[in-house]
Each structure stands twice: as C-alpha cells, then as structure tokens.
Design a protein around this ligand. Structure first.
Ligand code: PGA
Length: 249
C-alpha cells in the first residue's frame, strides 16, 4: 500500500512570521490525519521557522530547490548538506517554474536529485507537459523524455528515495485541473516507465503525486483514482484551513 503524501509548495510566498502563524493554525487541524503523510515545502528563509513550529508534529518540512555541489564559490546557492543540517526531510526538484524561468533541464534535474539523495534528503521530482504539448498529443512523449533523461539515470537505491509529481503545466495556478482520468493516464505512463527502468516492485511502490490547481473541492475525486498517491499543492496550500481540508480529504 502506498501511503498518500500531501505536500505544500509555497513557492515565493510568506515571511518567517507568516510561517509561524500558518503552523499554529494548521497543526491542530491535521493532528489526527493519519491517512496521509504531510510535508510543507517553504522558501529557504522560512525553513527555520517551519522546522521549529513543526518539531514533534506529523508534518515534515522541505525546500523547493537545491544546488548539486556540497559547498563552494556558488553565490546565492544552497546545498543538500545545508538543508539536511537544518533538519529538512524533503526537497522539490525540477518544478516547471524552475524549468520555465530558471533554465532547469532534465540533466540538471538529475544532478540535483542525486545530490539531494546523497545528502539524505527525499526528493519530490516534478514532470509534466506544457499546453502546446498536450494539444499536439505529445504528453506521453514529453513524459518519456523527462523520465528518460531526468530519472532513469538514478540508481535503484536513489530511485527509492524519489516521489514523482505529475504536474501538467497548463493546470498550474490556472484553476484548470486535469480530469482525474487524464491525471491517472499520465500516472500510468510514469509507472510503466518506472517499471521498465527499475522493475515492477520499485514501480509498484513509487508514489506519484498529482499537482495543478488541487483544491479542497476537487481533491477527493483525484484521490479516488488508484493511480494518484497524493498531491503537490500550490495556491491552496497557503491557507491553513484550505490545506488542512486537502490533507483530510
Ligand atoms: P497550484 O500549483 O496548486 O497553485 O496550481 C501547484 C504547483 O505548482 O506545485
């Protein structure tokens, strides 16, 4: 049985004070949520406040990116060992906003993923097609390419530390959700790719999250799909009540 993971991606929102306020409202709302694992991926500067607030709770904390070197002259970057030393559990790698605006490629996704795992972090690795690609019936081809170049280069041990988030780019922040069936189809493709690269058992235990306009009112129908093992939630994770409804779907 794959335990669902409900992960918040706060993107570039919230200060440390906002973070503390979020957790004091959020933790009581999810303290009995045992059906899902819960993670909050916050901006770097909010991580100490998030970790302090979440200590001893059922919520783990993650970052949204990392650099692949452990240390060095890389102005402005943050490494895996730094995140691990702080107490982070998770890191998001390859989010479509990083791919679109910050030059992330499948090759750099692979490097960051390997570095994160070497540092002892678990990775939420994002894949997904753009609108033009879906309209041109290229969704499967895009997933093949992103998986082949960005994931298949992991070792089986590394792959065991990865959760994949399928996020159709046209559904992110737009209010357009993939239908549960569309998401499940893409998840099946990803699971086939995982089976081909890492074997049936590894594929069967891989958690595949859906992301893209997940809200309290659509989470249940998404989670009803056997192929959907949780959600990566942007906008609706910023408000404690709304994210708690998603967690307690
Ligand atoms: P959204 O973002 O829920 O605001 O669509 C999801 C994501 O980008 O991870």
């Amino acid at each position: 049985m794959r335990k669902p993971l409900m992960a918040a991606n706060w993107k570039m929102f919230k200060t440390p004070a906002d973070t503390t306020a979020f957790f004091s409202a959020f933790l009581p709302l999810v303290k009995d949520a045992s059906q899902s694992e819960i993670a909050v991926c916050a901006p770097f500067i909010d991580l100490p406040a998030a970790l302090t607030a979440a200590a001893g709770s059922n919520v783990s904390v993650g970052a949204q990116n990392l650099y692949w070197a452990n240390e060095g002259a890389f102005t402005g970057e943050i490494s895996g060992p730094m995140l691990k030393a702080l107490g982070c559990t998770w890191v998001i790698v390859g989010h479509s906003e990083r791919r679109q605006y910050f030059g992330e490629t499948d090759e750099t996704v692979l490097r960051r993923t390997k570095a994160a795992i070497a540092a002892g972090l678990k990775v939420i690795l994002c894949v997904g097609e753009m609108l033009e690609e879906r309209e041109a019936n290229q969704t499967e081809a895009v997933l093949h390419k992103q998986f082949g170049a960005g994931v298949a280069g992991l070792t089986p041990e590394e792959f065991a530390e990865v959760v994949i988030a399928y996020e159709p780019v046209w559904a992110i922040g737009t209010g357009k959700t993939a239908t549960p069936e569309m998401a499940a189809d893409a998840h099946k493709t990803i699971r086939h790719l995982a089976a081909a690269a890492f074997g049936e058992a590894a594929a069967a235990s891989l958690r595949i999250l859906y992301g893209g306009s997940v809200k309290p009112d659509n989470v249940s129908s998404l989670m009803a799909q056997e192929e959907i093992d949780g959600a990566l939630v942007g906008g609706a994770s910023l408000d404690p009540a709304s994210f708690s409804k998603i967690v307690n779907f």
